[in-house]
Ligand binder design. Sequence first.
Ligand code: FA5
Length: 348
Amino acid sequence: MLKKIEQIKNDFYKALETACGTQADLSKLKADFIGKKGAVADILKNMKEASAENIREIGQHVNRLKSEIEAVIDSKIREAETALINEKLKKERIDISLRDSLTDRGLCDAGYHPVTLIQREVEDVFTSMGFEILDGPHIEDDYHNFVALNIPEHHPARDMQDTFWFSDLQHLLRTHTSPIQVRGMETHRPPFKFVGPGKVFRNEATDASHEMVFHQIEGMMVDRNVTVSHLIYFMKTLLSEIFGRTVEVRLRPGFFPFVEPGFELDIKCLICGGKGCPVCKQQGWVELLPCGMVHPNVLKCSGIDTEKYNGFAFGLGLDRLVMMRYGIDDIRHLHGGDLRFIRQFKAY
Ligand code: FA5
């Protein structure tokens, strides 16, 4: 019987040598030798032929052989699997030079999106005046988007912006960049000044000057004795830097619960020169940059001493600024995904 076990072992290694090494082939080999109807199982069936004192020794040999065959086959199967994965990866390898070769062939004409270009210009203007740049999450909570901005639950001002709520009714896609103000006040002690750019989301109908997803840049300055003149100075500097010339603007009262007094800064429509068109809704003026003096409730909510400090804040519409700067007559061109439109900006 021991001889037979030795014979099976030899047969196994011979068969292994000639096997072609595929997973299927190896699995078959495993079944032929240590499967339920395999050679090793045959020995176990014939164990009764062995004398009582040999049974123990034969059992040990059989188990050893079984484990050996199993280990050898399993490691061969793993090798075969790895070879297969490597072959697949070789075919799928990433060619990091692809973009350049596409550019060489004139197939890839990359450039920055006009909103990115303008955002960077606005950031440069403000950083040159000592403003920091802050960021904030797209998914906001009720507190940062509304409550801390003096808009408690059930306040009618919540209806000014149509909100995309999550099903827990506690989280939302931020409707404006003003929550960045709140987060900035949480991490800074006065005096400070920062801007916070980003995407905002509103569940509203689109037209030539309204998108559901658009971009704003928030700005805030808190110090001792800040006045409306400071606010106007920074807004004027921004616009003259961006347009490189004087543009006609008007300041009128505007209501936002987080500022008092609040203003709307409109720009004379540069698409129609003020005559009236779909972008300015035939008004001749485009709402661009609402702003105001920060409401004391907002400062107090973030633990700022309103006896000592006050400030201004603004929320500039970046997409509309792009439209005015480049004479784009419909905001929907900006994010419509038409590469012919986007490619016009690659020279900037
Ligand atoms: C706000 O979002 C306020 N958070 C701004 C603010 C900040 C006021 C700080 C005072 C102090 P408003 O909803 O008006 O305000 O939006 C600000 C600007 O975003 C608008 O003037 C406009 O330029 C732009 N905007 C608003 N809605 C849209 C829209 N649907 N599509 C494109 N741009 C828009």
